[in-house]
Design a protein around this ligand. Structure first.
Ligand code: GAL
Length: 418
């Protein structure tokens, strides 16, 4: 459906080339992104400064909305009206989808000069390159199977990071009895999907995760193991406060920072919020793997692609891609953002303990084929099935549906979306 709609507007985009080329001569790069929270905005400033240092100007086009759904919708509309931004933050399968429609700039010239092939891990390159050509520059590697916990609450209740899901359930009970919200959660489909990444991994491990959420194998999707993942979702639903619907992810993080809630299950952009509030890992907060997912690394990588607008826009877009991939920029940006660099040659110095753990865990997971793409953030399956699975997960989380029925819906939804 996406492809047909985009093809239908290709004529409009071609018509724009002459006009757009004139505007692009100024070497101002319009960058569309959804980094509007406190931590995100601070990290973004590193990219802005990096581009300015190359002598180019940054035109900021922020589209608020965690997870980027609003930004993707705006992008479609701008492409349809022949006025795409110069560069845009993109996730996972969205990159090849636009590249296959020939909308994205070829970045091979910068990539080969700077040796990106050797610097970027293969699972990330899978989304940066289409038919062997670089079309996106990856700035970070985020991980979704994290729990962020308030250390003061954990110390007060003598809790240590739970090793199994049952232990997490028992801890949540103690936390609630002590008057805190066990789990800070924002009731938005992408946040529920983010938790589901971890629940599926915890229930079945990396091979099962890949079979179900990457290969979309109906027998894995319809299995008892998948039922267990939904059972975990049901238990987690019981740990949230009544005001969770619609809450933004960073407000949920804030509940943990301020000690209203004990834990949040979220990608490590949450760490950017702790850092932005001046909080330190192992002093103010704890970071640990969602129980049952040690050894697995569920990744989400933010990449920037440039839109074709005639050759005149290339110098600005090349400079931007080169900024994104700069070693110093990646070090500074990721220390603030909560993620780790997409380049493997950035030293660990300057990263906090959670960052170092993530860097070590990613390297270990690369060796055991346990670095898998996040379903929630578009790195496991294309947008069609992804949206269908979102609906199943969020319906389950917000109703009394049984796990057995959810699994049946899951199989049907994936089948209908293909
Ligand atoms: C993700 C993105 C992260 C983070 C998060 C919340 O999609 O990859 O960088 O910003 O949304 O906005």
């Amino acid at each position: 459906m996406f492809r047909k709609r985009i093809t239908a507007v290709a004529v409009g985009l071609v018509a724009c080339h002459a006009l757009c080329a004139a505007a692009a001569d100024t070497k101002t790069v319009e960058v569309m992104h959804w980094w509007t929270s406190g931590g995100e905005a601070k990290a973004l400033a590193v990219l802005k400064d990096g581009l300015k240092a190359k002598g180019d100007a940054w035109k900021d086009s922020p589209i608020a909305g965690g997870g980027g759904e609003a930004a993707r919708t705006v992008l479609k509309a701008r492409v349809a009206s022949g006025n795409p931004p110069d560069a845009i933050q993109m996730l996972g399968f969205t990159i090849p989808e636009y590249a296959q429609e020939d909308y994205l700039q070829n970045l091979d010239a910068v990539a080969s000069k700077e040796d990106w092939d050797k610097l970027v891990p293969a699972p990330i390159q899978k989304f940066s390159k289409v038919d062997g050509h670089w079309v996106a520059a990856p700035v970070d590697v985020h991980r979704t199977n994290w729990v962020w916990a308030n250390k003061k609450i954990f110390d007060q209740l003598k809790l240590t990071p739970p090793k199994t899901f049952d232990e997490l359930v028992a801890d949540a009970d103690k936390i609630r009895k002590a008057g805190y919200v066990p789990l800070a959660h924002g009731g938005q489909a992408w946040q529920e999907a983010t938790i589901f990444d971890s629940a599926v991994m915890s229930a079945g491990g990396p091979k099962f995760y890949q079979q179900a959420l990457v290969k979309l194998d109906p027998s894995a999707l319809g299995s008892k193991t998948m039922e267990k993942a939904f059972d975990q979702m049901r238990a987690l639903r019981g740990m949230v406060d009544p005001n969770f619907p619609g809450r933004d992810w960073n407000l949920a993080t804030s509940m943990v920072i301020t000690g209203k809630a004990a834990m949040q299950i979220m990608g490590d952009w949450a760490k950017g919020e702790f850092a932005s509030a001046g909080k330190q890992p192992n002093v103010d907060y704890l970071c640990f793997n969602y129980p049952g997912t040690d050894g697995a690394f569920i990744f989400n990588t933010d990449q920037f692609a440039g839109f074709k607008k005639g050759d005149a826009s290339l110098p600005g877009e090349y400079a931007f891609a080169s900024t994104i991939m700069d070693k110093g920029v990646q070090a500074k940006f990721n220390q603030i953002k909560g993620s780790i660099p997409a380049r493997l040659d950035v030293p660990q110095d300057g990263f906090d303990e959670c960052g170092k753990k993530s860097m070590n865990d990613m390297r270990a997971a690369l060796k055991t084929d346990s670095m898998v793409g996040s379903f929630a953030h578009g790195h496991a399956m294309p947008d069609g099935p992804k949206n269908a699975v979102y609906d199943v997960v969020t319906h389950f989380f917000n109703s009394n549906q049984s796990s057995a029925d959810a699994v049946k819906s899951l199989v049907a939804a994936v089948k209908n979306s293909q």
